[in-house]
Design a protein around this ligand. Structure first.
Ligand code: NAP
Length: 311
């Protein structure tokens, strides 16, 4: 990545032009800048899938916003820039008392996880959720939302420091899946029953191990593949467990079911206000350091969310 000039964006009838204060980083930004994401923007482009800032302009069909209003938005890319366009249905006013840094950190992770746990897996109170990559952005949101729903959470991460963060976020059980016998630990914790739901942003060999740890009629949420390898699953396991493997694709969900996504965020706003939901933030104070921050995410060194202040 390098810093340069792009043409000034102009909103169409359904878009909002945002002056970016803070851009939240996510693992998919790292995939996108390598050309490995399902969306490949024309070069040159600015990465950055979520922002918080103020409204500079909007198209004629946008009725619910005002110039200068503080908003946050999912942008897919373009957020690591002074100005970015967002489709109006992905733009929310920032709730009172929420700062720009927090607002820039909630669209992608909490939006994805709320959709995954509740729209897709129908996670119930008293069920057990297994979270892989539990100290990352998706992982942290999973712990907090599942605890809010009354579920028991088993958090898996690769270092003691990451597991400390999982505990702070409310995880009931911790597994270092780099050094411990992952399946044996889950059997021990669940009294051989297995877990009801897995949220899996990691892939690789952990997907099959986690699927094998599901209880009867369990649900395995496929969210991403940070390990780099897209796993192939023996389908007899699905039959034998009466379980479901569920795909989660938040970007398309937001486009296809935008009203449902808005309702999901309206349910979460009071939970952010009372700090039930509260992303752990590392704040980077200049655009010049965004490249190093993405590298940190790619090297598995990030804790929670990294956000970049642009001004
Ligand atoms: N499906 C959707 O709609 C959707 C939406 C958003 C994100 N995603 C996907 O969800 C995944 C997680 O995104 P995120 O933003 O939460 O990422 P993140 O904050 O970087 O966390 C990912 C976690 O993956 C684990 N990991 C294992 N192997 C890794 C490796 N080789 N490199 C980096 N991390 C590795 C790390 O935990 P340990 O070190 O503890 O293993 C890390 O904390 C990504 O694949 C992303 O593309 C999908």
């Amino acid at each position: 990545m390098q810093i340069g000039e792009l043409p000034k964006p102009v909103p169409n009838a359904n878009q909002v032009l945002i002056s970016v204060k803070t851009c939240g980083l996510n693992f998919p930004d790292f995939l996108m800048v390598q050309g490995k994401y399902q969306v490949r923007p024309n070069l040159p482009f600015a990465a950055g899938a979520e922002v918080a800032g103020t409204v500079l302009a909007f198209g004629e069909n946008v009725k619910n916003l005002q110039i200068g209003q503080a908003v946050f938005a999912a942008t897919l890319y373009g957020g690591l820039a002074e100005q970015v366009l967002a489709d109006a249905y992905k733009v929310f006013p920032i709730p009172q008392q929420m700062d720009f840094q927090t607002a820039a950190a909630i669209s992608v992770t909490y939006g994805t996880v709320f959709h995954a746990l509740f729209d897709r897996a129908n996670l119930q109170k008293n069920e057990t959720l297994l979270v892989l990559g539990a100290a990352g952005g998706i992982g942290e949101a999973s712990i907090q939302l599942a605890k809010m729903a009354g579920a028991t959470v088993i958090a898996c991460a690769s270092t003691a420091e990451k597991l400390d963060l999982c505990k702070k976020n409310g995880a009931d059980h911790l597994i270092n899946y780099q050094s411990e016998d992952f399946r044996a630990k889950i059997k021990e914790i669940t009294n051989n029953k297995g877990v009801d739901v897995v949220i899996d942003p990691v892939g690789g060999n952990f997907t099959e191990l986690a699927l094998r740890s599901l209880a009867w009629k369990g649900r395995h949420l496929i969210v991403g593949f940070t390990m780099g390898e897209i796993p192939k699953i023996p389908m007899n396991l699905v039959l034998l467990k009466g379980c479901q493997i569920m795909g989660v694709f938040w970007t398309d969900f937001v486009t296809r079911e935008s009203q449902k996504n808005i309702e999901n965020f309206e349910k979460m706003f009071p939970l952010f206000a009372n700090k039930t939901l509260n992303p752990t933030l590392e704040i980077i104070d200049s655009l010049e350091n965004a490249d190093a921050a993405l590298t940190k995410i790619s090297q598995r060194k990030a804790l929670g969310k990294i956000v970049v202040n642009l001004m």
